[in-house]
Design a protein around this ligand. Sequence first.
Ligand code: FAD
Length: 698
Amino acid sequence: MRERFYWHTPKKDVWEKNSVMACASYLTKLDWNYKTSAEEQKQLQFYSTLCDYKPALGSWSLCIYGMLNDKGMNPNNSTFEKCLESLQGLCSLSNSTTANLTIGQYHNVLNNATRFAIPEPTDSTRPIEYPVAMNQTFRSRYGEAFHTHAYNLDISNYYGLLLCSYFLFVLLVASCFQYWDRTGFNAVLFKHKFFNYIRGHFLLPTLLKNHANYTNFKSITLGLFPTRLETAYLFGYQLTHLIFICIDYNYDPYNLLFKSKSLQRIRFFADRTGIMAFAQLPLIILFSTRNNIFEYFTGFKYSTFIMFHKWIGRTMVLDLILHAFAYTIYAVNYKNLSHSSKQSYFQFGIVACFIAILMIILSIGLIRKNFYETFLYSHIILAILFFYSCWKHVEKLGWKEWIFSSLAIWAMERIFRLIQLLNFGAPLAKFQLYGKDLIRITIPKTPKMNWNGRPGQYGFLYVLHPLIFWQSHPFTFIDADDHLIIVARAKTGATHTIFKQLVKQGGSTQFHVSIEGPYGTPTNLHHFTNVLLLAGGSGLPGLLDHASILAQDALKSNKIVYITLILVVRGHDILKAFKKEILALKPLKINLIIYDTALQLAGFGEATPNSDSTNSFHEPLLQSTSNILKDLQGSAIIYYKRPNLEKVLSDACDENKGLAIVCCGPPSFVDIVRNNTAKQVLKHPNKAIQYFEEFQCW
Ligand SMILES: Cc1cc2nc3c(=O)[nH]c(=O)nc-3n(C[C@H](O)[C@H](O)[C@H](O)COP(=O)(O)OP(=O)(O)OC[C@H]3O[C@@H](n4cnc5c(N)ncnc54)[C@H](O)[C@@H]3O)c2cc1C
């Protein structure tokens, strides 16, 4: 009989199955007078006697019938048909002809057994050659033993689903706040002492010192730490997960199926952790996708979803390890580890476990920060191998729905990315070098593109150069109607390849490019009358765009909006690269303040020299750009020092009744602004001070 293919795991705890398995389990222990040739004897499988020896098969049918009756189930034709299906499934494992029984033949077997069955002899030394009517107490205990086992499998799948629902709840809560943000209700809510106490202490600040910036231990990069809000969500997840791993186990008090009660516990724990590990796969994939509809609803940044992706992934790997460990103990106790290790499900399970651990190791902060491409491609290849191994591991067991749904999400998102790229096409973009390491990229837009970028959004840029065309890197762009502008700082990877080409070509060249996006939920600032925009280094484009659009909209609608744009730069290169956009702010009502920190030796904390500095190997290649600061005289306040961010924020919050603070810049700059904003929220419990961070790192 061909095995039926299921897209989802059918419920295990059904009496049509429990009865068949339980009766078989008991009856195989009896000494049947089943004579086979020596050759056949070698081929005998676990269910062979029950399937092929008529009195045993009759006893089996009778026992099943009795058990269904005990359970108050009417063993009518349809129930019996389901039992027959289960029975056929087991007999097909032994290649028995019983696998082809029709329901009519099955009834005949049952009728025959009913007529001739006699109770099982208690001390028989003679092999049994007649149908046996199983003792009702035993029958019921065996039934319960299988019921508890199957119940534990079902409930594990159910808890897996509930664990996913935890994030549904998180997304729902976040969507409410995002909706209230759009409608301006948060500005009312955040005037309340209670909310500001919670926000200032538990939601806004970084968990430890850094969030945007990598956290180091001595000189070792540990990774990116979540904000307190992200930590709260993740803590809730871990707690829910822990509870679901620990609760609601049903045990068989007679322990009829396992060698010992502790082995029964170990087996159920192994099942629970394995199923829970699988249940996390769709979330892991969903939260890694660039096109995630929940970003729009919740306002969560991609980096927040990646934070969830990482921690759910780690939890899943922990479950896998526990699952493998528990099963190994189980197999060792049954002394069948060497036999199990020859089974393909076991081998693929071990392989999947090792791949998952390797993925965790290869995605540590140190590797992501220094060898991003190595991390990315190894992650994708290992993920494919991992899914294949998982599939093979459970091919005949079930729970493949978790794999299907994950792969479906992954495939759909990839198709969506492709559509975005096809939509954008491959226009010829102009690349210009500014200063020591800044590349201004001007990409023409065509009406066919259907591209409408908003301030602060970003796209993944593909530069169609033979050495880097497969790579895509995120850059914030300014959408200037007929073209997009990106200013990229040359680092050591793809951007360095472009930089070298530019140096070779005298500072200006052209490449075909494509962009996947636009990504990121735009920050909605339109219901604020006071907006403080704090931009540092490469974080300028989004905030320049915000300032310009806010001021223009205010002008059009005759609304008074106080916009302060603070640009913190080291030297004039970045100002030159954005010269056109900065000068365009002059006629608008924007309080523009520029801090040039070039003359001040100290940076913003430890990471600034790496993240926002010029690279010593870059040849200076000056553009013939007039001094932008001269052009800005009279319309901007210019300081040649590092800003005291604490004071800047404190002054802004003291002066205004409510305030939106938007920040994008070098990681440590962003972390300082975040933590100081949290302080201001606590200092002004009755003011609606909202913080929007546009910087992202993952
Ligand atoms: C949302 C967003 C917007 C950004 N906007 C700008 C911008 O407007 N201007 C600008 O100069 N830079 C921007 N960046 C940073 C920019 O993406 C990286 O500098 C760029 O990817 C470096 O490419 P590379 O191959 O030269 O990197 P490398 O020299 O290999 O690495 C430099 C750093 O960039 C990170 N990085 C490399 N590739 C990626 C990637 N595909 N995704 C995420 N991080 C990566 C690495 O972890 C490392 O920390 C932005 C980053 C993000 C996440």
